[in-house]
Design a protein around this ligand. Structure first.
Ligand SMILES: CC(C)(COP(=O)(O)OP(=O)(O)OC[C@H]1O[C@@H](n2cnc3c(N)ncnc32)[C@H](O)[C@@H]1OP(=O)(O)O)[C@@H](O)C(=O)NCCC(=O)NCCS
Length: 167
């Protein structure tokens, strides 16, 4: 399996995976296209034998004070190429391929990118269930709870402080 930057030719497979994982809340192919155009360097896929098994999308900004998803969901509007915070928009792995370390590898790839670029931190909002533990295992800490992040569920704002690579 390899992790590489997403490309236009992957969009159909990514959109298909997004629909499988997110159902009616899935981002459309057009929205995913806008996010890929917005920040290709922070959009990765996991591929094996030509098949996309997972993906991670992100943007750059300097935001610390958002409370709800609706405030931030138009990511291309908020993306700031000079931002010091790398925000993970979404991470997804095909259901049949989970618990093989793919999700962790995708997150680590972004952490390494943030380190190379000397960014300040990687940030995300974790949904309920095992996700806070998943991200804690990858070096993230809980910043605060966001009780109304989604209309139907809370979120947990988490961050990973970047250790810059020293040359
Ligand atoms: C979250 C997600 C990306 C994890 O992907 P993955 O490839 O299965 O993750 P990993 O194999 O790297 O898991 C690493 C560790 O996280 C924990 N973990 C992962 N899935 C878990 C689960 N369903 N229940 C409990 N712990 C879990 C385990 O500690 C696991 O290590 P282990 O398998 O050695 O026990 C995947 O479950 C997914 O796509 N979920 C739906 C979408 C989603 O919720 N995305 C996050 C939104 S930002």
């Amino acid at each position: 399996m390899i992790i590489r930057n997403a490309e236009l030719k992957d969009l159909e497979s990514i959109a298909h995976l997004e629909r499988k994982i997110e159902g009616e809340n899935a981002a459309t192919k057009e929205v995913l296209f806008e996010r890929l155009k917005m920040f290709k360097d922070g959009f990765y896929v996991a591929e094996k034998n030509g098949k996309i098994l997972g993906y991670i999308e992100s943007c750059l900004w300097n935001k610390n004070n958002f409370r709800t998803f609706s405030e931030i969901k138009d990511f291309p509007k908020h993306h700031n190429p000079k931002g010091r915070i790398l925000y993970i928009i979404f991470l997804g792995v095909d259901e049949t391929q989970r618990r093989k370390g793919i999700g962790s590898r995708l997150v680590r790839t972004l952490q390494e990118y943030a380190s190379e670029k000397r960014l300040e931190k990687v940030q995300l909002v974790a949904g309920e269930g095992f996700l806070t533990r998943f991200y804690k295992n990858l070096g993230f800490r809980v910043v605060k709870e966001l009780p109304s992040f989604l209309p139907y569920s809370k979120g947990t704002l988490m961050e990973y402080r970047v250790t810059p690579i020293r040359y």
